[in-house]
Design a protein. Structure first.
Lengths: 314, 442
């Protein structure tokens, strides 16, 4: 079976666990898609069913229509007759959608710079849990990691992160509840620098992308980081895999506020397909970086587009 | 971005009109547009299909075929059906024959159970009840602490036993505490879980047996996609859900999940969550959600917000000033403050039917920052200047204002010319001649 993800540590063990969680996401509708192309010939019905399957996986009407139209063009011009050829073409298109990314902004190489990763997203998507998993992953890979607890708004968010920090073996720098998140980030920067950390992961409060003031707050936090001396910044948005079409709007607004360097697709252990990821990558050129599956500290994998698309037919 | 449903359907019918008569197959085309709109709103594919099949007969019966404005006809019928399906009346929370009444909150991770348990407690207390919150989420780190903190800030008692006791035991103990201390309502905050997690679902069944809740409330995120149906069905089958709370409705998700869940479970939507503050929870209004799901805008909410922001005396005064053309920059400033108190501009614009999508398409900026700049400019004027803009013909004054507000003289000029146009418009308006306003909203 095609391997879904690349893993650095204990690939065997980790993959089995992830496979288990991801299996649920994969069978079901995308599994049906495979059956769709095992038929004798391509008919109008095939196309319609394909559209429905994509929409049912949260890929979205617009993306689906675009994809199917394009595929139909290819069938015409390349004279594809056999369903298996169309399947391959669909696979190619899906993969292309996930991989044809504009070049990312290139920071000048600087070995000493502290990498500051802001974790952003709407409420309840799994930011705090994801940050713990990422911290654990980085630490296992030998990085010196510090977590900044800048969600000073949600009750007990700091306590939650401190529990996770202990589990991950990563120090957590926190301010007082309801204090200014930007000042917490400032303190965390100082602490990370004095500890000679490689990475500072910053947990931010959940905020709906439609709330102007809260988005401005995020901008302010980013400013604190960019002025924080020898740092380079990267922003990851956590997206709940059960999210529907609003996921694109979320990513668009966050990208417009702080520039997004990637998406963490969380809660992929449910039955949802995370299909909105296609639209996010295609429309905004923001790559999917990690996939998170469960409530344990190592339920995280780096995203691999080819394996992801291959796995749709496994 | 897609155009609004109204625009799209009008496009469909325009093509048809040129052919002359509207046939049954044309209705199918129009309903196809409705179906697409529903799916864009995250209504489940099968639910959308079924809904369209059900509504088709009614649309035909409504003689949309002969109507002069078939778009409005179809939309009206569809809208009515949608309201009906979402629940034509408001649904209240049931109470147990003898206290305490138990409400159990269940749902996926991150839906907003803990937040809404505390919102619900506050809501009940405002109605004179004595609620007790129960921290039965022993899994998520600091979930107990979160509920305790929320309870403390609202001054509502929280029953908690740490994380080493089984949730059903905690719930049973809480019920005992409620009985002996005269609490009228017990609100069980349970851990988020996947509906396919057998062990965790069994745990909820045990909690339910222990406490016999009057309401089992499924808390669901308004942004949920196609899977909402499956999740809701599974929770409903296992636990017999009695009501829904749709959360995060203050975002810009169209909220089709609510329709999906409602139609597969038949369970009423009781509340919607509209913000992070403890009082941001409202009774559910089916007509509003219907237009939102269809992408028709939400005029009702806009009007309500305007009503709560403007007081009547203020409005009368404003009208008098407009009539007598004595509307000053000072009044303009006050008006801006009032509009600001209604919420972010973009959100207001989105509530106007058709406007949200129209503006998104054109990438028109409805910018709260622009508003701040205007404020800064007016605030940098003297009282006399605000009342007599003609004083500002003096370039020195404009220079001073630009410096004081951190803007440029060009910005000040732009504002002044806008303002003078506005005054002219008002004169025309109040003299009964409705001017055509070019460029307004694009």
């Amino acid at each position: 079976m095609a391997r879904f993800f690349r893993s650095r540590q204990d690939p065997q063990v980790r993959d089995e666990k992830l496979e288990e969680g991801l299996q649920r996401s994969r069978t079901g509708l995308f599994g049906q898609m495979s059956a769709l192309f095992d038929r004798e010939e391509i008919t109008d019905e095939t196309w319609e069913e394909l559209e429905e399957l994509l929409v049912a996986s949260d890929v979205g009407v617009e993306t689906t229509f675009g994809l199917v139209e394009h595929l139909q063009d290819r069938v015409e011009t390349e004279k594809l007759r056999r369903p298996s050829q169309v399947r391959q073409a669909l696979k190619d298109e899906l993969l292309l959608m996930l991989t044809s990314l504009p070049p990312r902004r290139q920071e000048p190489p600087n070995g000493d710079a502290l990498l500051v990763t802001l974790i952003v997203g709407v409420n309840g998507v799994g930011k705090t849990t994801s940050i713990a998993k990422i911290a654990n992953r980085l630490r296992e890979n030998g990085a010196n990691v510090v977590i900044g607890a800048a969600d000073t708004f949600r009750a007990a968010a700091i306590d939650q992160l401190e529990v996770w920090g202990e589990r991950a073996g990563v120090p957590v720098i926190a301010g007082a509840p309801n204090s200014d998140p930007a000042s917490v980030v400032h303190d965390a920067l100082t602490a990370a620098t004095s500890r000679h950390a490689d990475v500072l992961l910053v947990d931010t409060a959940g905020r709906l992308h439609t709330k102007y003031n809260l988005m401005e707050e995020l901008r302010k936090i980013q400013r604190v980081v960019t002025r924080g001396g020898n740092t380079r910044i990267e922003n990851l948005m956590v997206l709940d895999a059960t999210t529907g079409q609003n996921g694109l709007e979320q990513a668009r607004k966050f990208a417009g506020t702080v520039t997004l360097d990637g998406v963490v697709l969380a809660k992929m252990d449910g039955t949802s397909k995370g299909g909105i990821a296609f639209a996010i990558v295609k429309e905004l050129g923001v790559p999917i970086r990690y996939v998170a599956t469960g409530e344990k500290i190592d339920d995280l994998a780096e995203f691999d587009a080819r394996a992801f698309v291959d796995a749709l037919w496994s | 971005m897609f155009e609004s449903l109204t625009d799209r359907m009008q496009g469909t019918f325009k093509k048809l009109n040129s052919k002359g008569r509207i046939a049954e197959s044309d209705i199918d085309l129009a309903l196809r547009e409705v179906r697409i709109s529903l799916m864009e709103a995250d209504v489940n594919l099968k639910v959308a299909k079924q809904f369209i099949a059900d509504v088709k007969e009614k649309v035909e019966a409504a003689r949309a075929l002969e109507s002069l404005n078939p778009t409005q006809q179809v939309i009206q019928v569809v809208n009515e059906e949608l309201v009906e399906l979402l629940g034509s009346t408001q649904s209240k929370l049931e109470t147990a024959p003898s206290p305490p009444t138990v409400y159990m909150l269940v749902g996926l991770q991150g839906a907003g159970k803990t937040t809404h348990a505390s919102k619900l407690a506050l809501y009940l207390r405002k109605q004179g009840a004595r609620p007790l919150l129960v921290a039965a989420d022993v899994y998520r780190p600091a979930a107990v602490k979160q509920l305790e903190t929320l309870g403390a800030s609202l001054n509502i008692p929280v029953h908690s036993e740490g994380t080493q006791v089984a949730p059903e035991q905690i719930a049973a103990n809480a019920l005992r505490e409620a009985r002996s201390n005269g609490y009228t309502h017990v609100l069980l905050d349970t851990a988020g879980r996947l509906s396919i997690d057998e062990g965790m679902m069994q745990e909820l069944e045990r909690v339910k047996v222990q406490t016999n809740p009057t309401e089992t409330l499924l808390v669901a995120d308004a942004m949920t996609g196609q899977e909402a149906v499956r999740v809701a069905r599974q929770f409903h089958e296992r636990l017999g859900v009695t009501g829904l709370i749709m959360t995060k409705m203050d975002g810009d998700a169209r909220g089709g999940a609510a329709l999906s869940i409602r139609s597969v479970t038949g369970v009423p939507i009781k509340f919607i969550g509209t913000g992070e503050r403890p009082e941001a929870m409202e009774p559910f209004m089916p007509d509003r959600l219907a237009s939102r799901i269809l992408g028709l805008g939400d005029m009702l909410s806009l009007i309500e917000r305007a009503q709560s922001a403007f007081d009547e005396r203020q409005a009368e005064e404003l009208e008098r000033k407009m009539r007598t053309a004595t509307f000053t920059l000072e009044d303009f400033f006050n008006q801006l403050q009032t509009i600001k108190s209604m919420g972010p501009l973009q959100q207001l614009v989105d509530m106007i039917p058709g406007m949200g999508s129209a503006m998104r398409g054109q990438d028109v900026q409805v910018d709260d920052r622009e508003m701040k700049r205007i404020e800064a400019i007016i605030q940098s004027m003297t009282v006399a200047e605000r009342q007599r803009p003609d004083l500002l013909k003096n370039g020195k004054r404009r220079k001073r204002i630009a410096a004081g507000s951190g803007t440029s003289v060009a910005d000040v000029n732009a504002l002044l010319s806008q303002f003078s146009q506005m005054q002219k418009m008002m004169k025309q308006l109040t003299s009964g001649k409705m001017p055509k306003i070019p460029g307004l909203f694009g």
